[in-house]
Ligand binder design. Structure first.
Ligand code: PMP
Length: 389
């Protein structure tokens, strides 16, 4: 044990206590807003509605419900987080399907029958990118790792996640070569997580209802795409993959987004009890981040980064970032995921994000009772250096 770090808990372990799963970014935190504000807001779909595969055969994205398109545009206008003018909206079964649709569309545009297009993202990157890219061993594209180390000539696709999953950092593309194509994954570019500094205006932007409203189970994401031929290829991918996207899920998503937009209106033009969704969630995130920081204060076993304060156009004021995940670094030499597992807290190891095992990612979006239990358990973990002499 010489020079090693031994970790202990103050209450003799947790054998009989429940395991807290913070591995997935399951957004159950939002349940309380919807229970308080959306009890009477339910959607009934008559049996004769939505039988057709088609939503609007005249639209480039023929399976996109017009009501959902309208509410997506309306929500971006209210949040001020993305330009929607002169864009094609492509709906997907979660933004997960749209990531693959975008990789298909962009690599297909390169039209090289021999060499797959390299897919890169700066480490720490979203752990699903490598898995998704190589799962079906496509001849069109292949995972090529950390964008910061990428030095291969030729076309490539860079995934830029901003704010980033896992570490919450605001990002831009890092490779920046003329043959590059960039997909901006903006799943977390919403006012509860970060300052909205301007309306994002990129070629391919991906969003998801999962992290915006918490309705991950509806499996609805959308892409805002500048180039018509790229958008057409993305639609083709979804046609071949699932022949469109569930109409019920789209209609539910449309009504949820409508409520959020309504909640952002001034008090006199909305039902009184409808609290501004983003302000409510922002407050909740700020509280959780404070609880987390308090739990690791004066404990040199853990390091949690600080984020700069920025002016948010949505809130019309300065705000810190409150990311959906905490990216925690343990003291050198410690396998952080293992350490947390020993305390019945499931996290995702830094290894999965192209990083060291000293890091873990853990969800900040669990239910209140799980989060409270987590910070309580976290504050009891202490490291004791054994000098060995
Ligand atoms: N992109 C990022 C960065 C994510 O974190 C996630 C969810 N973890 C997704 C995309 C996929 O989201 P969904 O398929 O639920 O829309």
């Amino acid at each position: 044990m010489c020079g090693k770090l031994q970790v202990s808990v103050s209450n003799n372990g947790h054998q009989s206590e429940p395991t807290i799963n913070l591995d997935h970014g399951d957004p159950t935190m939002y349940e309380c807003y919807w229970k308080e504000n959306g009890q009477d807001l339910s959607l009934t779909i008559p049996s004769f509605q939505s039988l057709s595969y088609f939503s609007n055969p005249k639209n480039l994205c023929w399976f996109l419900e017009p009501k959902l398109e309208e509410e997506i545009k309306n929500l971006h206008k209210n949040a001020g987080n993305a330009v929607t003018e002169n864009r094609h909206v492509v709906v997907g079964t979660g933004s997960s399907q749209l990531i693959l649709a975008a990789l298909f569309a962009l690599s297909k545009s390169v039209n090289d029958p021999i060499n797959p297009v390299s897919v890169v993202s700066a480490s720490p990157y979203y752990s699903s990118y490598p898995e998704m890219t190589d799962f079906l061993r496509s001849k069109l594209f292949e995972w090529s790792g950390d964008a910061l180390c990428f030095d291969k000539d030729g076309p490539y696709i860079e995934m830029v996640t901003s704010p980033n999953n896992p570490d919450g950092v605001i990002r831009e593309s890092v490779v920046n070569r003329p043959e590059g194509m960039v997909v901006h994954d903006l799943a977390y570019y919403w006012p509860q997580y970060t300052a909205i500094t301007s309306a994002a205006d990129h070629d391919v932007m991906l969003f998801t209802i999962s992290k915006c409203t918490g309705h991950a189970g509806s499996r609805i994401g959308w892409a805002l795409v500048k180039d018509e031929s790229v958008a057409r290829k993305m639609v083709k991918f979804i046609e071949i993959n699932t022949i469109g996207v569930s109409k019920e899920a789209q209609l539910r998503a449309a009504s949820i987004l409508e409520i959020i937009s309504l909640s952002c209106q001034p008090a006199h033009s909305k039902p009184r009890e409808l609290e501004n969704f983003f302000k409510h969630s922002h407050r909740q995130m700020a509280k959780r981040w404070q609880q987390l920081r308090d739990a690791v204060k004066n404990n040199d076993l853990f390091h949690v980064s600080k984020f700069p304060t920025q002016y948010c156009e949505f809130a019309r004021g300065s705000t810190e970032a409150y990311p959906a995940f905490a990216w925690i670094k343990c003291k050198e030499g410690i396998d952080c995921e293992k350490l947390f597992r020993g305390h019945k807290i499931l996290t995702r190891s830094g290894r999965r994000f192209g990083c060291d095992p000293e890091y873990v990612r853990l969800s900040m979006l669990s239910r209140d009772e799980d989060f409270d239990l987590f910070v309580q358990r976290l504050s009891a973990i202490r490291g004791e250096a054994i000098n060995g002499n």
